[in-house]
Design a protein around this ligand. Structure first.
Ligand code: NI
Ligand code: MN
Length: 227
């Protein structure tokens, strides 16, 4: 799997067969909007963790540019976007489904989830994605929660993507503990620096993980890692 950081909580995941975008928020991201043309992003699936604007802003534009792309999210978010003609696969917490690129399990996140217009967005989630004998945990927006100790029961992880921007989600200290809970030493940090309220010191954050024997990867926007 190739994982490309598109800024904030937006990831592009490429398996041998399919392309997935997670939580598309590019046109509203001051750090990313000049780097990508949303309409030119080719994907087969759009995965959404929760309904907040900084996770769904570009769902509609990407879906329109990719008419065969399918939205994978909770029931409420899939229902919301179905009104705009977007085809979706609804899931809910604790459920797994085998897609043509691999298996997705929707897992708990401790956060909130409502659309910008106030519509209820269901409960916020994270995803465990298993594909090509690799497994990745995408935490979504969340605080540290004991539920993370369940993740190793679903899959042995090769990478954990954890929010580290603090204030709205975990900061580096909690995220380092989360890495222990999910039993994964390799962490890709996300949901940081986009806005003043989530600006962090990169070196300090990396030190927190290093001290715990773990690696925190902070990718420049547009760069990729392979797992
Ligand atoms: Ni959020
Ligand atoms: Mn967010």
């Amino acid at each position: 799997m190739k994982i490309t950081y598109l800024g904030h909580a937006t990831l592009l995941i490429e398996t041998k067969k399919k392309k997935l975008i997670i939580d598309p928020f590019i046109s509203g991201n001051p750090l990313a909007k000049d780097q990508f043309i949303v309409e030119n992003i080719n994907v087969d699936y759009i995965l959404v963790t929760h309904a907040h604007q900084d996770h769904v802003l570009d769902v509609q534009d990407i879906a329109e540019a990719n008419p065969t792309a399918k939205l994978i999210s909770n029931f409420e978010i899939v229902t919301y976007f179905s009104k705009y003609g977007i085809e979706g696969h609804p899931m809910n917490h604790g459920g797994s489904w085998d897609f043509d690129f691999g298996r997705v399990t929707m897992v708990n996140a401790w956060h909130s989830s409502s659309f910008a217009d106030g519509t209820y967005g269901g409960n916020p989630a994270g995803f465990v994605i298993e594909s090509e004998d690799k497994a990745i945990y995408i935490a979504g927006d969340t605080g540290l929660t004991l539920d993370m100790k369940l993740i190793p029961l679903f899959a042995k992880l090769n990478l954990a993507v954890l929010p580290i921007g603090d204030n709205f989600t975990m900061g580096p200290d909690s995220a380092s503990i989360a890495a222990d809970f999910v039993e994964c030493d390799k962490v890709l940090g996300y949901h940081y620096d986009t806005f003043d309220l989530i600006k962090i010191n990169h070196e300090k954050a990396k030190d927190v993980f290093n001290k715990g024997g773990k690696e925190l990867i902070l990718l420049p926007i547009g760069e990729s890692i392979e797992i």
